[in-house]
Design a protein around this ligand. Structure first.
Ligand code: 6PG
Length: 246
């Protein structure tokens, strides 16, 4: 039987409360990191779930609780599209958060979705090494989860633990018919804290399968997310928790 660290599970009553909990987790982690280490390094999640939490962080009271000059923004994954594309995770974060907080421009590190995927992955890996060292240790990695149990751009069908000596990879995702750029489990699991946010009834089967079903990261890649010596928190709403036994 594989001993698993499922982390802390918080079930929030609504998507609004989930967004608030996610935003407060970000703000609390930022405050602690800046207080104790002088800077906050965070890898943002893409997709739609975190959008409302980003908006809360861009607004008062949370915005002024964070010293944005000491925040360094990275991304967990990106679609292979230009930064102004409606599909871009960077654009989603820019519109919801980054445009509202006066971060120094060189504190925001987007993955270059407009470039050749492999070249963009290699470039981002070099950027991580140059700015955070050979094995980056984020203060916070934010993740979402797809209905198929993917996270970042680690999709079912490929063992997410392959070529784990890399920090960033550019998988071709069959089901999307597209390349993606993603940080690897090696980076995710080296974080001080990982927060997974999932909401809605469509995520309930995957939440159950991932947390209470058999361990098989090829089928449910998010099952590899087990920070080596960091804190793991799952924030889900009641709808996403519908199939859990607890
Ligand atoms: C992406 C994300 C991806 C996302 C999940 C959940 O690029 O799409 O990084 O991993 O977190 O697909 O997406 P939703 O939040 O839109 O359900």
């Amino acid at each position: 039987m594989i001993e698993r660290n499922l982390g802390e599970l918080r079930v929030l009553d609504s998507p609004g409360e989930l967004a608030a909990a996610l935003a407060v987790a970000f703000a609390d982690d930022a405050f602690e990191a800046i207080q104790s280490r002088g800077a906050f390094f965070v890898a943002l999640a893409g997709g739609t779930t975190p959008k409302n939490a980003y908006r809360l962080l861009a607004d008062q009271p949370l915005r002024s609780r964070i010293d944005w000059n000491r925040v360094f923004i990275y991304f967990g994954d990106e679609r292979c599209v230009p930064p102004d594309s409606a599909e871009s995770n960077y654009r989603m974060a820019y519109d919801a958060l980054l445009q509202a907080v006066n971060l120094p421009a060189d504190h925001v590190h987007r993955m270059r979705g407009e470039d050749d995927p492999l070249a963009a992955a290699r470039e981002y890996e070099q950027l991580l090494i140059q700015t955070m060292g050979d094995l980056p240790r984020f203060d916070l990695v934010m993740l979402g989860m797809g209905t198929d149990g993917h996270t970042a751009s680690l999709f079912p069908g490929t063992d997410p633990r392959t070529d784990n000596d890399r920090l960033v990879r550019a998988p071709y995702v069959e089901k999307l018919g597209a390349y993606r750029i993603t940080i690897t489990p090696r980076v995710i699991n080296n974080a001080r804290r990982v927060v997974v946010a999932a909401e809605g009834l469509s995520k309930a089967p995957a939440v159950y399968a991932v947390r209470e079903g058999p361990y098989d990261p090829v089928v449910h890649p998010i099952q590899v997310v087990e920070p080596r010596d960091g804190r793991l928190t799952w924030l889900i709403d009641r709808a996403a928790a519908a199939e859990l036994s607890g």
